[in-house]
Design a protein around this ligand. Structure first.
Ligand SMILES: [Zn+2]
Ligand SMILES: [Zn+2]
Length: 353
């Protein structure tokens, strides 16, 4: 594992040609007004003009849309000749995507489907080798929605104390590093896992770095919005974020403001999601779950949902967190019993009187 990580780090150092400094906003008032006006920019905004397209159509931009579906696993890797024809391959990809994102399955590019496609999202695919453990791969709609990587990789049992380090060339401030520390704590709270910061990227289990464009791992970033970050499955420990995003580190939910700022991305929300991948979780179709693949600009979502907790505890157990809730549940029981007994005693007294 260390060799793989070392090779990756060396390849990253060799291909880095662009300065890797990301922009972090410590509060919403520090965001330039231009960003407020430019709030709808998106790497995939051009897809919206394809609204209404269906099988048999030919339209500029469909080839790019096929590349999008291929990137996230909806078109098999064996298909690489992307034309502007709306063919059965595209229809099948759209139908599967609609199932995964709880949309009406039409196989057409309706407004709600394209509205979902243009949202910024995680760069990890929803489907691997043509299979999905999101909605499209579930036999019954009532089963759990969380998913794993193929083969269900996880950190070995002997390694419950994981270390993480930051790519030194990013020169991150302590304030930014604390955002990641908080994100790790959310997973540590519901598992037996512990996370500690290391100053050595060679010794750390997990290495976090901000990169721009092509950064040597075959998964180039695409500038503002579009894909925001990606992370590897255990035990590789690679966590990359797009340095060209405008990252918000204040913890504010900008979507609730009168003029929502959709061009900034809440760093902690993305960090909690990507740590889920680093620990072995795939994407979930539950919109409230941290492991749902997309997040709108300006939104903040950092609390683990029931689906996330069930998924991660399937891999690692609860680390005693459920025992705590059982204890508090037991206290509730006794409080309820005392209340019931006192109510019965009151009734008997009333009857006797
Ligand atoms: Zn993801
Ligand atoms: Zn990467």
């Amino acid at each position: 594992m260390r060799h793989l990580q070392l090779l990756t780090l060396l390849s990253l150092l060799l291909v880095i040609v662009t300065p890797i400094s990301a922009t972090f906003y410590t509060n919403s008032s520090s965001i330039p007004p231009l960003h407020l006006l430019n709030a709808t920019r998106s790497a995939w905004k051009t897809f919206e003009k394809l609204t209404g397209c269906h099988v048999g159509d030919k339209a500029d931009g469909l080839s790019k849309l096929k590349q999008y579906f291929s990137r996230f696993g909806y078109i098999p890797a064996t298909v690489d000749n992307f034309t502007d024809d709306f063919d059965d391959v595209l229809k099948s990809a759209i139908s599967t995507y609609q199932k995964n994102f709880n949309l009406k399955v039409t196989g057409k590019l309706d407004a709600s489907t394209l509205g979902q496609i243009v949202k910024p999202r995680c760069g990890n695919p929803d489907m691997i080798d043509g299979t999905s453990e999101m909605n499209a791969g579930k036999k019954f709609r009532t089963v759990a929605r969380y998913s794993f990587f193929p083969g269900k990789p996880q950190w070995p049992k002997r390694n419950r104390d994981l270390s993480y380090a930051f790519f030194p060339l990013n020169n991150l401030t302590e304030e930014v590093k604390q955002v990641f520390a908080r994100a790790f704590t959310r997973w540590a709270d519901v598992t037996p896992l512990n996370f500690t910061r290391s100053e050595s990227i060679l010794r750390a289990d997990i290495v976090i770095g901000f990169f721009a464009g092509d950064h040597g791992d075959g998964e180039p970033f695409d500038g503002p919005m579009g894909t925001l970050a990606h992370a590897s499955s255990p035990p590789t420990g690679m966590f990359h974020l797009d340095s060209e995003e405008d990252w918000l580190i204040s913890g504010e939910d900008m979507s609730r403001q009168i003029l929502p700022v959709t061009s900034v991305v809440d760093l902690e929300s993305v960090a909690v999601h990507e740590i889920g991948h680093l620990l072995g979780l795939g994407h979930s179709s539950v919109e409230d779950a941290i492991m749902y693949p997309a997040i709108s600009g300006g939104h903040r979502k950092v609390e683990l949902a029931k689906d996330d907790i069930e998924g991660i505890q399937h891999l690692y157990g609860d680390g005693g967190s459920s025992r705590l809730s059982e204890t508090s549940g037991g206290a509730e029981f006794w409080r309820g019993l005392v209340f019931s007994l006192s109510s019965i005693a009151t009734c008997i007294l009333l009857i006797c009187c």
